[in-house]
Design a protein around this ligand. Structure first.
Ligand code: SF4
Ligand SMILES: [Zn+2]
Length: 317
């Protein structure tokens, strides 16, 4: 299998390997939950996280499986505010709200601009509103929405990796320079930055995965990220299985993931979170359950625990 070189061919290749989408209503959120995370002062904050149903993202990143929970056509006017109402009626109060939408909040096909005012009204009372967006779609609409909020705005972007060559192959559709420019814009506008990073993306072996994830963390923090979320790369979208079959993708070990987390926690800036969703699927050693528990503890405390040595996956040197 040869991975296509150009964006257009990659799009066709990625789409050709997809399975079915999940059937969604535009008037109901995909999912919603109440969680806790460590805030800027290292005190816990409560967060209501909503996964909004909306039109699919126009990009075609090779590792993405978010398209499974998206709509094929433009999100109807009024649907997103209705989804927020539905979720918030069922969730307890919280300090912050995440409006995650499996794409870009500032994509007008996903979140109609005419709904911004209604959305801002629905989230009045939260201290912070966190949305996700592709760097290229950050601009005037971001500032327009920010100006409607009573809360602090935070924008989460998937940098994925600071390895420029791999970033291009992931089909992300932006360069490191463009990412840095958007970070500068957000910082100058008093908008907080959260960054998603992949641990061992396709095209990296285990050693490259570890080294580049550490460098990517440094890059993101240098660019102004307050929070970095480490995502161990999973399969499940068709394309990743094809890459796995030809040796171009394998999941990271939990030891690698923890080493990246420790690298981040050892720095001076930022909060570092390991994405705990589905982490048990990465279990690769007798120590895995304990290692996962400790990584989640380090998420909560933002403090490093002593290394859990293991003869199989983390021997003493
Ligand atoms: S920009 Fe985000 S949502 Fe869109 S394809 Fe890439 S990873 Fe998926
Ligand atoms: Zn082990």
């Amino acid at each position: 299998m040869i991975y296509p070189a150009g964006t257009r061919d990659r799009k066709l290749w990625i789409e050709g390997l997809r399975g079915e989408k999940n059937l969604l209503s535009p008037w109901l959120p995909v999912h919603y939950l109440h969680e806790e995370e460590i805030g800027p002062n290292l005190a816990p904050v409560t967060v209501n996280t909503l996964f909004i149903a909306n039109k699919e993202c126009a990009f075609r990143c090779v590792m993405c499986d978010l398209w499974k929970d998206t709509l094929d056509s433009d999100t109807p006017l009024g649907a997103v505010p209705a989804q927020i109402d539905y979720a918030l009626e069922r969730l307890p109060p919280a300090h912050w709200i995440k409006l995650y939408n499996s794409g870009s909040f500032f994509d007008g096909h996903a979140i109609p601009v005419s709904d911004y005012a209604a959305i801002a009204e629905k989230v009045r009372g939260f201290e912070r509103v966190i949305v996700e967006c592709h760097p290229r779609l950050i601009g005037q609409r971001t500032l327009l929405f920010r100006d409607m909020l009573t809360a602090k705005l935070e924008v989460a972007m998937g940098l994925e990796t600071a390895d420029g060559a791999t970033l291009e192959k992931l089909n992300k559709g932006f360069t490191l320079q463009q990412f840095e420019e958007k970070c500068k814009l957000l910082q100058s506008e008093n908008i907080a930055i959260r960054v998603f990073l992949l641990v061992r993306p396709p095209f990296h072996n285990e050693i490259q995965g570890l080294e580049w994830a550490k460098r990517s963390l440094d890059f993101a923090l240098q660019a102004g990220a307050e929070v970095c979320c480490l995502i161990p790369v999973r399969g499940g979208n068709g394309a990743m299985e094809a890459l796995h079959a030809c040796g171009q993708y394998a999941p990271p070990s939990l030891a690698t993931l923890e080493k990246v987390q420790r690298h981040g926690l050892g720095g001076k800036h930022g909060r570092i979170f390991v994405d705990g969703w589905g982490l048990h699927q990465f279990a690769d050693c007798e120590c895995s359950a304990e290692r996962i528990r400790r990584m989640m503890d380090m998420n909560q405390s933002q403090q490093m625990l002593p290394v859990l040595h293991c003869p199989q996956c983390w021997p003493k040197v």
